[in-house]
Ligand binder design. Structure first.
Ligand code: MG
Length: 163
């Protein structure tokens, strides 16, 4: 069987912004008057990254591994789930080469938190921080992110075969 040296993956996720929840992105709690609604901590950025990694490894998606009907995952830290995804990917013979994550949010301003988010993900994944790039953008007031109804994230990653 052909075992590729590299495998690429893409992830996309959206969560709704509501009152009374913490806003957690890439494992970092961001000061804001709303947070993301979800079964877990609803860390939309970490979810997109996990889906990119699972997709690259040919292992499905996070819904398959961490069903939102399972009480075990209620309010769980997505960083814990990411640690598990790293193990699944390693068991498949791959490790993260690099990842690029784009968070789409009208507010709050994320730039002051990007370095901490990159360091958090790099620490969990055991890679140099230069291999985790996080960008934040708005959609100029358009659509559901522009109206502040939710936050979306797209992520791409490359995995390389463990030698
Ligand atoms: Mg999600």
């Amino acid at each position: 069987m052909n075992t590729p040296m590299f495998k690429i993956g893409h992830g996309y996720d959206v969560h709704r912004l509501v009152g009374g929840r913490k806003l957690i992105l890439c494992g970092v709690t961001i000061p804001y008057d709303k947070g993301l609604l979800g079964h877990s901590d609803a860390d939309v950025a970490t979810h997109a990254l996990m889906d990119a990694m699972l997709g690259a490894a040919g292992l499905g998606d996070i819904g398959l591994h961490f069903p939102d009907t399972d009480p075990a995952f209620k309010d769980i830290s997505s960083i814990c789930l990411l640690k598990h995804v790293k193990k699944l990917v390693a068991n498949a013979g791959y490790e993260l080469s690099n990842a690029d994550i784009t968070i789409i949010a009208q507010a709050p301003k994320l730039r002051p938190h990007i370095a901490e988010m990159q360091a958090t993900l790099a620490g969990v994944l055991g890679v140099d921080v230069s291999l985790i790039n996080i960008k934040a953008t708005t959609e100029e007031g358009l659509g559901f992110t522009g109206r502040g109804l939710g936050i979306a994230t797209e992520a791409v990653c490359l995995l390389n075969k463990i030698s």
